[in-house]
Write a protein that binds this ligand. Structure first.
Ligand SMILES: [Zn+2]
Length: 416
Protein backbone atom coordinates (compact mmCIF):
# COMPACT_ATOMS: atom_id res chain seq x y z
CA UNK A 1 0.00 0.00 0.00
CA UNK A 2 1.51 3.32 -1.12
CA UNK A 3 1.58 6.35 1.20
CA UNK A 4 2.37 9.97 0.44
CA UNK A 5 5.86 9.72 1.91
CA UNK A 6 6.98 7.38 -0.93
CA UNK A 7 6.84 4.42 1.47
CA UNK A 8 4.53 1.47 1.32
CA UNK A 9 3.93 -1.65 3.40
CA UNK A 10 4.52 -5.23 2.42
CA UNK A 11 1.15 -6.97 1.91
CA UNK A 12 2.70 -10.18 3.24
CA UNK A 13 4.57 -9.15 6.41
CA UNK A 14 3.66 -5.44 6.78
CA UNK A 15 7.32 -4.44 6.71
CA UNK A 16 7.87 -0.84 5.57
CA UNK A 17 9.06 -0.66 1.94
CA UNK A 18 10.74 2.29 0.19
CA UNK A 19 8.99 2.84 -3.15
CA UNK A 20 10.96 4.09 -6.13
CA UNK A 21 8.81 4.32 -9.27
CA UNK A 22 11.83 3.47 -11.46
CA UNK A 23 12.30 0.06 -9.83
CA UNK A 24 10.25 -2.90 -8.65
CA UNK A 25 8.85 -2.50 -5.11
CA UNK A 26 9.71 -5.63 -3.12
CA UNK A 27 10.25 -6.80 0.45
CA UNK A 28 13.73 -7.70 1.69
CA UNK A 29 12.26 -9.40 4.78
CA UNK A 30 9.96 -11.97 3.20
CA UNK A 31 10.96 -11.72 -0.52
CA UNK A 32 7.48 -10.52 -1.54
CA UNK A 33 7.52 -9.46 -5.25
CA UNK A 34 11.22 -10.25 -5.71
CA UNK A 35 10.14 -11.92 -8.94
CA UNK A 36 7.15 -10.08 -10.46
CA UNK A 37 7.36 -12.31 -13.54
CA UNK A 38 7.08 -15.54 -11.52
CA UNK A 39 9.94 -17.53 -13.08
CA UNK A 40 9.94 -21.25 -12.46
CA UNK A 41 12.99 -23.35 -11.80
CA UNK A 42 12.71 -27.12 -11.35
CA UNK A 43 13.05 -28.29 -7.73
CA UNK A 44 15.61 -30.98 -8.70
CA UNK A 45 17.71 -28.32 -10.41
CA UNK A 46 17.72 -26.12 -7.29
CA UNK A 47 18.62 -29.10 -5.09
CA UNK A 48 21.46 -30.13 -7.40
CA UNK A 49 22.76 -26.56 -7.68
CA UNK A 50 22.98 -26.36 -3.89
CA UNK A 51 24.65 -29.76 -3.63
CA UNK A 52 27.29 -28.71 -6.19
CA UNK A 53 27.80 -25.46 -4.30
CA UNK A 54 28.36 -27.34 -1.03
CA UNK A 55 30.99 -29.53 -2.76
CA UNK A 56 32.99 -26.37 -3.44
CA UNK A 57 32.26 -24.76 -0.09
CA UNK A 58 33.67 -27.64 1.90
CA UNK A 59 36.61 -28.02 -0.50
CA UNK A 60 35.57 -31.45 -1.77
CA UNK A 61 36.32 -30.36 -5.35
CA UNK A 62 39.00 -28.05 -6.64
CA UNK A 63 38.90 -28.64 -10.40
CA UNK A 64 36.22 -28.21 -13.10
CA UNK A 65 35.39 -31.89 -13.18
CA UNK A 66 36.57 -35.43 -12.85
CA UNK A 67 37.43 -37.54 -15.86
CA UNK A 68 34.31 -39.63 -15.22
CA UNK A 69 31.94 -36.62 -15.04
CA UNK A 70 33.30 -35.24 -18.31
CA UNK A 71 33.14 -38.63 -20.04
CA UNK A 72 29.52 -39.06 -18.88
CA UNK A 73 28.63 -35.60 -20.22
CA UNK A 74 30.21 -36.37 -23.60
CA UNK A 75 28.45 -39.72 -23.76
CA UNK A 76 25.00 -38.10 -23.52
CA UNK A 77 25.83 -35.07 -25.70
CA UNK A 78 27.61 -36.63 -28.69
CA UNK A 79 24.77 -39.03 -29.73
CA UNK A 80 22.41 -36.03 -29.89
CA UNK A 81 24.79 -34.25 -32.24
CA UNK A 82 24.63 -37.28 -34.56
CA UNK A 83 20.82 -37.02 -34.90
CA UNK A 84 20.91 -34.43 -37.75
CA UNK A 85 23.37 -36.61 -39.73
CA UNK A 86 21.24 -39.71 -39.17
CA UNK A 87 18.21 -37.77 -40.41
CA UNK A 88 20.01 -36.59 -43.55
CA UNK A 89 21.27 -40.10 -44.40
CA UNK A 90 17.91 -41.64 -43.49
CA UNK A 91 16.07 -39.17 -45.71
CA UNK A 92 18.27 -39.90 -48.72
CA UNK A 93 18.07 -43.67 -48.12
CA UNK A 94 14.26 -43.51 -47.95
CA UNK A 95 14.10 -41.70 -51.29
CA UNK A 96 16.46 -44.18 -52.94
CA UNK A 97 15.28 -47.52 -51.59
CA UNK A 98 11.75 -47.31 -50.19
CA UNK A 99 8.56 -47.49 -52.24
CA UNK A 100 5.83 -46.31 -52.80
CA UNK A 101 7.49 -43.03 -53.53
CA UNK A 102 4.63 -40.82 -52.25
CA UNK A 103 5.02 -42.39 -48.80
CA UNK A 104 8.83 -42.51 -48.66
CA UNK A 105 8.94 -38.96 -50.08
CA UNK A 106 6.77 -37.72 -47.24
CA UNK A 107 8.92 -39.39 -44.57
CA UNK A 108 12.10 -38.24 -46.33
CA UNK A 109 10.94 -34.62 -46.31
CA UNK A 110 10.35 -34.79 -42.53
CA UNK A 111 13.79 -36.40 -41.98
CA UNK A 112 15.60 -33.95 -44.28
CA UNK A 113 13.90 -30.92 -42.71
CA UNK A 114 14.91 -32.08 -39.20
CA UNK A 115 18.46 -32.81 -40.41
CA UNK A 116 18.83 -29.40 -42.06
CA UNK A 117 17.26 -27.47 -39.18
CA UNK A 118 19.59 -28.97 -36.57
CA UNK A 119 22.80 -29.23 -38.59
CA UNK A 120 25.91 -28.17 -36.64
CA UNK A 121 26.92 -24.53 -37.04
CA UNK A 122 29.95 -22.59 -35.83
CA UNK A 123 29.45 -19.90 -33.17
CA UNK A 124 28.41 -16.53 -34.56
CA UNK A 125 29.53 -13.10 -33.42
CA UNK A 126 26.93 -10.30 -33.21
CA UNK A 127 26.48 -8.52 -36.58
CA UNK A 128 28.02 -5.27 -35.28
CA UNK A 129 31.25 -6.97 -34.07
CA UNK A 130 34.47 -5.16 -35.07
CA UNK A 131 37.95 -6.74 -35.08
CA UNK A 132 40.54 -5.23 -32.72
CA UNK A 133 44.14 -5.96 -33.76
CA UNK A 134 47.23 -6.04 -31.46
CA UNK A 135 48.37 -2.81 -33.17
CA UNK A 136 45.04 -1.13 -32.21
CA UNK A 137 45.16 -2.24 -28.58
CA UNK A 138 48.70 -3.19 -27.44
CA UNK A 139 47.89 -2.91 -23.71
CA UNK A 140 44.78 -5.08 -23.99
CA UNK A 141 46.75 -7.76 -25.84
CA UNK A 142 49.52 -7.53 -23.21
CA UNK A 143 46.95 -8.19 -20.45
CA UNK A 144 45.48 -11.07 -22.49
CA UNK A 145 48.97 -12.55 -22.90
CA UNK A 146 49.72 -12.23 -19.17
CA UNK A 147 46.47 -13.86 -18.13
CA UNK A 148 46.60 -16.36 -21.01
CA UNK A 149 49.99 -17.60 -19.81
CA UNK A 150 48.57 -18.30 -16.35
CA UNK A 151 45.32 -19.85 -17.57
CA UNK A 152 47.09 -21.60 -20.49
CA UNK A 153 44.74 -20.05 -23.06
CA UNK A 154 45.78 -18.64 -26.42
CA UNK A 155 43.54 -16.24 -28.33
CA UNK A 156 43.80 -15.48 -32.04
CA UNK A 157 41.79 -12.26 -31.95
CA UNK A 158 39.55 -9.81 -30.15
CA UNK A 159 36.20 -8.47 -31.36
CA UNK A 160 34.23 -5.58 -29.96
CA UNK A 161 30.43 -5.35 -30.23
CA UNK A 162 27.71 -3.31 -28.52
CA UNK A 163 25.99 -6.20 -26.65
CA UNK A 164 25.73 -6.88 -22.90
CA UNK A 165 28.10 -9.86 -22.72
CA UNK A 166 31.83 -10.55 -22.69
CA UNK A 167 32.80 -14.05 -23.69
CA UNK A 168 35.29 -16.48 -25.13
CA UNK A 169 34.04 -17.85 -28.46
CA UNK A 170 35.20 -20.24 -31.16
CA UNK A 171 34.29 -18.81 -34.52
CA UNK A 172 34.29 -20.07 -38.14
CA UNK A 173 34.71 -23.72 -39.12
CA UNK A 174 38.33 -23.53 -37.98
CA UNK A 175 37.05 -22.78 -34.45
CA UNK A 176 39.33 -19.74 -34.01
CA UNK A 177 39.47 -18.84 -30.30
CA UNK A 178 38.55 -15.18 -29.82
CA UNK A 179 37.37 -12.85 -27.06
CA UNK A 180 34.16 -10.98 -27.89
CA UNK A 181 33.79 -7.83 -25.76
CA UNK A 182 30.33 -6.26 -25.44
CA UNK A 183 30.80 -2.58 -24.84
CA UNK A 184 27.58 -2.03 -22.85
CA UNK A 185 28.94 -4.35 -20.13
CA UNK A 186 32.63 -3.46 -20.55
CA UNK A 187 31.95 0.30 -20.20
CA UNK A 188 30.40 -0.22 -16.76
CA UNK A 189 33.47 -2.09 -15.42
CA UNK A 190 36.31 -0.46 -13.47
CA UNK A 191 39.78 -1.43 -14.84
CA UNK A 192 40.39 -4.15 -12.24
CA UNK A 193 36.90 -5.54 -12.88
CA UNK A 194 37.81 -5.77 -16.58
CA UNK A 195 40.78 -7.94 -15.55
CA UNK A 196 38.42 -10.13 -13.51
CA UNK A 197 36.11 -10.71 -16.48
CA UNK A 198 39.01 -11.48 -18.84
CA UNK A 199 40.50 -13.90 -16.29
CA UNK A 200 37.14 -15.60 -15.82
CA UNK A 201 36.54 -16.03 -19.56
CA UNK A 202 40.07 -17.26 -20.34
CA UNK A 203 39.87 -19.69 -17.45
CA UNK A 204 36.52 -21.03 -18.71
CA UNK A 205 38.07 -21.46 -22.16
CA UNK A 206 39.93 -24.54 -20.95
CA UNK A 207 36.65 -26.41 -20.65
CA UNK A 208 35.16 -24.78 -23.75
CA UNK A 209 35.17 -27.94 -25.88
CA UNK A 210 32.85 -29.74 -23.47
CA UNK A 211 30.76 -26.60 -22.93
CA UNK A 212 30.29 -26.12 -26.69
CA UNK A 213 29.40 -29.79 -27.21
CA UNK A 214 26.82 -29.61 -24.43
CA UNK A 215 25.38 -26.33 -25.72
CA UNK A 216 25.07 -27.66 -29.27
CA UNK A 217 23.44 -30.88 -28.03
CA UNK A 218 20.98 -28.95 -25.85
CA UNK A 219 20.08 -26.78 -28.86
CA UNK A 220 19.24 -29.92 -30.88
CA UNK A 221 17.30 -31.54 -28.01
CA UNK A 222 15.19 -28.51 -27.09
CA UNK A 223 14.58 -27.85 -30.79
CA UNK A 224 13.39 -31.43 -31.33
CA UNK A 225 11.13 -31.23 -28.28
CA UNK A 226 9.62 -27.98 -29.54
CA UNK A 227 8.93 -29.52 -32.93
CA UNK A 228 7.34 -32.63 -31.39
CA UNK A 229 5.10 -30.56 -29.14
CA UNK A 230 1.50 -30.44 -30.40
CA UNK A 231 1.01 -26.88 -31.62
CA UNK A 232 -1.39 -24.72 -33.63
CA UNK A 233 0.06 -26.19 -36.84
CA UNK A 234 -1.14 -29.67 -35.81
CA UNK A 235 -4.64 -28.32 -35.21
CA UNK A 236 -4.58 -26.76 -38.68
CA UNK A 237 -3.50 -30.11 -40.14
CA UNK A 238 -6.28 -31.86 -38.24
CA UNK A 239 -8.87 -29.39 -39.52
CA UNK A 240 -7.48 -29.76 -43.03
CA UNK A 241 -7.73 -33.56 -42.79
CA UNK A 242 -11.30 -33.34 -41.48
CA UNK A 243 -12.28 -30.87 -44.17
CA UNK A 244 -11.05 -33.05 -47.00
CA UNK A 245 -12.33 -36.31 -45.51
CA UNK A 246 -15.76 -36.35 -47.28
CA UNK A 247 -14.12 -36.07 -50.69
CA UNK A 248 -11.83 -38.97 -49.87
CA UNK A 249 -13.29 -41.57 -52.21
CA UNK A 250 -12.35 -43.16 -55.45
CA UNK A 251 -9.14 -44.91 -54.35
CA UNK A 252 -6.68 -42.60 -56.11
CA UNK A 253 -3.79 -41.13 -54.08
CA UNK A 254 -4.43 -37.41 -53.97
CA UNK A 255 -3.44 -34.24 -52.15
CA UNK A 256 -6.23 -34.94 -49.64
CA UNK A 257 -4.64 -38.27 -48.74
CA UNK A 258 -1.38 -36.45 -48.21
CA UNK A 259 -3.01 -34.11 -45.71
CA UNK A 260 -4.47 -37.03 -43.75
CA UNK A 261 -1.25 -39.05 -43.79
CA UNK A 262 0.68 -35.93 -42.81
CA UNK A 263 -1.64 -35.34 -39.85
CA UNK A 264 -1.37 -38.88 -38.52
CA UNK A 265 2.39 -39.02 -39.09
CA UNK A 266 2.90 -35.84 -37.07
CA UNK A 267 0.61 -37.14 -34.36
CA UNK A 268 2.54 -40.41 -34.26
CA UNK A 269 5.86 -38.55 -34.13
CA UNK A 270 4.53 -36.37 -31.27
CA UNK A 271 3.36 -39.44 -29.36
CA UNK A 272 6.52 -41.53 -29.86
CA UNK A 273 9.38 -39.06 -30.03
CA UNK A 274 8.01 -36.25 -27.81
CA UNK A 275 8.09 -38.13 -24.47
CA UNK A 276 11.36 -39.90 -25.43
CA UNK A 277 13.08 -36.59 -26.23
CA UNK A 278 11.77 -35.00 -23.00
CA UNK A 279 13.01 -37.96 -20.95
CA UNK A 280 16.40 -37.76 -22.66
CA UNK A 281 16.62 -34.02 -21.92
CA UNK A 282 15.89 -34.65 -18.22
CA UNK A 283 18.72 -37.21 -18.02
CA UNK A 284 20.99 -34.99 -20.12
CA UNK A 285 20.45 -31.98 -17.80
CA UNK A 286 21.29 -34.02 -14.70
CA UNK A 287 24.48 -35.44 -16.18
CA UNK A 288 25.82 -32.25 -17.77
CA UNK A 289 25.02 -29.90 -14.87
CA UNK A 290 27.99 -31.02 -12.76
CA UNK A 291 30.98 -30.46 -15.10
CA UNK A 292 29.62 -27.18 -16.51
CA UNK A 293 28.79 -25.67 -13.11
CA UNK A 294 32.10 -26.84 -11.61
CA UNK A 295 33.93 -25.12 -14.48
CA UNK A 296 32.24 -21.80 -13.68
CA UNK A 297 33.15 -22.04 -9.96
CA UNK A 298 36.75 -22.86 -10.90
CA UNK A 299 36.86 -19.88 -13.27
CA UNK A 300 35.44 -17.59 -10.55
CA UNK A 301 38.19 -18.69 -8.20
CA UNK A 302 40.88 -18.16 -10.82
CA UNK A 303 39.48 -14.68 -11.57
CA UNK A 304 39.60 -13.79 -7.86
CA UNK A 305 43.19 -14.99 -7.62
CA UNK A 306 44.25 -12.86 -10.60
CA UNK A 307 42.09 -9.74 -10.24
CA UNK A 308 41.29 -9.85 -6.52
CA UNK A 309 38.09 -10.91 -4.78
CA UNK A 310 36.57 -7.43 -4.58
CA UNK A 311 36.86 -6.69 -8.31
CA UNK A 312 35.56 -10.18 -9.20
CA UNK A 313 32.51 -9.75 -6.97
CA UNK A 314 31.70 -6.34 -8.45
CA UNK A 315 32.17 -7.56 -12.02
CA UNK A 316 29.77 -10.44 -11.34
CA UNK A 317 27.18 -8.11 -9.79
CA UNK A 318 27.41 -5.77 -12.78
CA UNK A 319 26.85 -8.71 -15.15
CA UNK A 320 23.33 -8.89 -13.68
CA UNK A 321 22.76 -5.27 -14.75
CA UNK A 322 24.39 -5.49 -18.19
CA UNK A 323 21.02 -5.69 -19.96
CA UNK A 324 20.04 -2.40 -18.30
CA UNK A 325 23.29 -0.92 -19.67
CA UNK A 326 22.53 -2.20 -23.18
CA UNK A 327 19.02 -0.71 -23.15
CA UNK A 328 20.45 2.67 -22.06
CA UNK A 329 23.01 2.49 -24.87
CA UNK A 330 20.30 1.74 -27.41
CA UNK A 331 18.11 4.57 -26.09
CA UNK A 332 20.99 7.05 -26.33
CA UNK A 333 21.68 5.92 -29.90
CA UNK A 334 18.03 6.30 -30.93
CA UNK A 335 16.90 9.44 -29.12
CA UNK A 336 19.76 11.32 -27.49
CA UNK A 337 22.35 12.46 -29.98
CA UNK A 338 24.12 14.60 -27.32
CA UNK A 339 25.00 11.78 -24.92
CA UNK A 340 27.79 9.31 -25.64
CA UNK A 341 26.03 5.88 -25.71
CA UNK A 342 28.77 4.11 -23.73
CA UNK A 343 28.59 6.81 -21.02
CA UNK A 344 24.83 6.25 -20.91
CA UNK A 345 25.40 2.49 -20.48
CA UNK A 346 27.95 3.05 -17.71
CA UNK A 347 25.66 5.47 -15.86
CA UNK A 348 22.65 3.19 -16.16
CA UNK A 349 24.59 0.33 -14.50
CA UNK A 350 26.52 2.27 -11.83
CA UNK A 351 23.45 4.30 -10.77
CA UNK A 352 21.33 1.24 -9.94
CA UNK A 353 20.66 1.45 -6.16
CA UNK A 354 22.02 -1.28 -3.85
CA UNK A 355 18.47 -2.34 -3.05
CA UNK A 356 17.65 -3.13 -6.70
CA UNK A 357 20.97 -4.98 -7.08
CA UNK A 358 20.06 -7.03 -4.00
CA UNK A 359 16.73 -7.93 -5.67
CA UNK A 360 18.45 -8.97 -8.90
CA UNK A 361 20.84 -11.22 -6.92
CA UNK A 362 17.92 -12.85 -5.06
CA UNK A 363 16.13 -13.28 -8.38
CA UNK A 364 18.88 -15.65 -9.52
CA UNK A 365 17.47 -18.26 -7.09
CA UNK A 366 14.46 -18.52 -9.40
CA UNK A 367 15.79 -18.15 -12.90
CA UNK A 368 18.90 -18.86 -14.86
CA UNK A 369 20.48 -21.32 -17.25
CA UNK A 370 21.44 -24.89 -16.26
CA UNK A 371 25.09 -24.52 -17.32
CA UNK A 372 25.86 -21.63 -14.99
CA UNK A 373 25.44 -21.76 -11.21
CA UNK A 374 23.09 -19.05 -9.91
CA UNK A 375 24.86 -15.75 -9.19
CA UNK A 376 23.81 -15.68 -5.51
CA UNK A 377 25.75 -18.92 -4.92
CA UNK A 378 28.75 -17.74 -6.95
CA UNK A 379 28.89 -14.51 -4.90
CA UNK A 380 28.50 -16.45 -1.66
CA UNK A 381 31.47 -18.65 -2.54
CA UNK A 382 33.66 -15.75 -3.68
CA UNK A 383 32.95 -13.78 -0.51
CA UNK A 384 34.19 -16.59 1.72
CA UNK A 385 37.81 -15.61 1.15
CA UNK A 386 39.54 -12.38 0.30
CA UNK A 387 42.33 -12.53 -2.27
CA UNK A 388 44.64 -9.71 -3.28
CA UNK A 389 45.14 -9.13 -7.02
CA UNK A 390 48.07 -10.75 -8.86
CA UNK A 391 47.57 -8.78 -12.09
CA UNK A 392 47.14 -5.03 -11.68
CA UNK A 393 45.85 -2.99 -14.60
CA UNK A 394 47.47 0.42 -15.00
CA UNK A 395 46.70 1.30 -18.65
CA UNK A 396 43.39 2.75 -19.84
CA UNK A 397 42.07 0.01 -22.09
CA UNK A 398 38.94 1.99 -23.00
CA UNK A 399 41.02 4.55 -24.86
CA UNK A 400 42.55 1.87 -27.11
CA UNK A 401 39.14 0.41 -27.82
CA UNK A 402 37.50 3.74 -28.71
CA UNK A 403 37.84 3.48 -32.55
CA UNK A 404 36.38 -0.05 -32.56
CA UNK A 405 33.65 1.09 -30.15
CA UNK A 406 32.66 3.95 -32.47
CA UNK A 407 32.58 1.59 -35.47
CA UNK A 408 30.39 -0.92 -33.57
CA UNK A 409 28.05 1.89 -32.46
CA UNK A 410 27.60 3.19 -36.00
CA UNK A 411 26.92 -0.38 -37.20
CA UNK A 412 24.19 -0.70 -34.53
CA UNK A 413 22.83 2.76 -35.39
CA UNK A 414 22.37 1.64 -39.01
CA UNK A 415 20.62 -1.54 -37.82
CA UNK A 416 18.21 0.49 -35.70
ZN1 LIG B 1 7.42 -8.73 3.50
Amino acid sequence: MQTESGLSHCPQCDHELPADPRYVTWCDQCDWNVDPEHHQVAAWQQRQQQALYRDWERGAVTRPGSWAARAAAYSVAVPVLLVPFACLFGGVALLLFYRPLWFSGLLAVIALVIGAAFRPRPQQLPPDAQPVSPADAPHLYAVLDDIGRITRTKLTGVYLHTGPTIGYARITWRFRPVLAIGTSYWAALAPQEQVAVIAHELSLARSSRLALTIEAARHVLTGLIASFQPGPLDEARHDEAQRVLPSHAGGVISAQDDAIVNYYLTKLANLVFGPAARLYLAVFQRITLRPTQYAVYAADRQAAQLAGTEATVHALEKALLADTGFRALERALRYNRDEDPTTAARRAVTEVPARELDRRIRLTRRCGTPDVPPTYLRLQLLQQSSTQPQVMLTADLDKELRPATQAALSALRQEL
